[in-house]
Structure formats: structure tokens, C-alpha cells
Design a protein around this ligand. Sequence first.
Ligand SMILES: Nc1ncnc2c1ncn2[C@@H]1O[C@H](COP(=O)(O)OP(=O)(O)OP(=O)(O)O)[C@@H](O)[C@H]1O
Ligand SMILES: [Mg+2]
Length: 212
Amino acid sequence: MMSKVITISQQKGGTGKTTLAVHLALSFIKHYNFKVGIIDTDPQGSLGKWYMVRSENNISDENLTFKTASLWGAQYESKNLKKDHDIIIIDTPPKIESDARPSIEASDLVLIPMTPSHVDFWATEPIIDIAKKANKKIMIQINRGNQRSKLISKTNEYIAGINVPATNTIIGHRQIYAASMGEGRTAIEKQKKGNAAEEIKKVSDQILTELQ
Ligand SMILES: Nc1ncnc2c1ncn2[C@@H]1O[C@H](COP(=O)(O)OP(=O)(O)OP(=O)(O)O)[C@@H](O)[C@H]1O
Ligand SMILES: [Mg+2]
């Protein structure tokens, strides 16, 4: 497969962009033996903090490269990483409606995490517009969902209504996502088998299929 770029974008804060970025990165490494580059374009630097804690804990990452960039710089940085990485994941800050374009232009797929709430639905539309105008593949990822909740069917109705594909997997609200990241790790490194590990694998499988 040729090297591909995934930009994770959503102007609403705290929907799981950074969580998805690291979990997908580690899933591609673990299950596909890919070389993965992750780019933090968020001045908050959450991805960088995670990577720093990870380094301090001496976790070896032969197949993971970390970079920081401005939203504009992401294009240059991802092009560079494409030379010797299979997948590049760009994590973006919230509230980027006006300057989301360069990081979206750099991508092959725009992944939009969304929690099952109307506030998130409304916040998602500007990014979808930008990604559609740029002719990019788009996928919505429901995060912090509860399969049995009534809001999930509302969310699915909403997604069907805007005619944007979503992954077939709902990522659940699970302590292990937050807890593992605080240690510079991921849920899939903390548990060999388990709900988190399984759902992340499904999402990464589907994203790869979409990118092929
Ligand atoms: N599926 C989940 N289950 C439990 N906690 C989660 C889940 N996804 C994310 N979180 C937690 O929610 C918070 C926000 O997640 P995260 O930082 O990934 O969102 P973000 O979209 O990157 O936020 P920001 O917009 O500020 O960059 C974090 O504390 C994270 O650990
Ligand atoms: Mg973030």
C-alpha cells in the first residue's frame, strides 16, 4: 500500500481526537507492523505530552515517529514522513474551522470523532463541508458511545441524514482509554484482549480498507 495520511479533525473540544490518534497509531503498528508517523498540530500539545511520558517510561517505539507542526506545516511534515512511513496521522486542535483547510488538504481521509450528542452533531458540520469541498474521503467515528443508549439511534439517524460514512464500530466510554494515556501508553498495550482492544482493531481494519 502507498503511504496514506489520516487527519483527525473536529472543532468541538474533547471528542477524542488525540485518543483516537494514538490508539490508531499503535493499532497499525501492532496489527500491521506499519511504520507510523504522528503529527501534533495542537498548541495544547496533548499528543506531545503523551509521547514525552512514553519516552520517560522508556517504551521503545521503533515504528513510531512523533513530530509537531503548525496547521500549515502539517502539509510539509506529512509529505516528509510519507517517504518512509506507511501511515501518517495528523492530530488537530479544536476550534479550527477557519484554518482547518491545510491539514485536511494534506490528508487522504478525514476522520471525525463525534460523541453521541446534538452539540457534537452541530459542531461537526463545518469540518464536513471543508472536507467535502476538498474532495476527501470522510469517516465519522462515534466515540464514548453506549450501544444501548437511545442517543445512539439518534446519532445514526443524524449520520444517515447528512450522508457521510461512519465506521461500523462504536468506541465505548471506557476508563482504560484515559488511564492508559496518562502513563504514555494505550489501551491496546494495557490489555491483550478486551473491549477496547477489539473495538480499536475493528476501526483500524475498516479505515485501512477505506484507504485502499
Ligand atoms: N472512549 C473514551 N472513553 C473514556 N474516556 C475518553 C474516551 N475518549 C476520550 N476520552 C477522554 O476524554 C478526554 C478528551 O479526549 P481527547 O483529549 O482525546 O479529545 P480531543 O478531541 O483530542 O480534545 P481537544 O479538542 O482538547 O484536543 C480525555 O481525558 C480522554 O482521556
Ligand atoms: Mg486533542
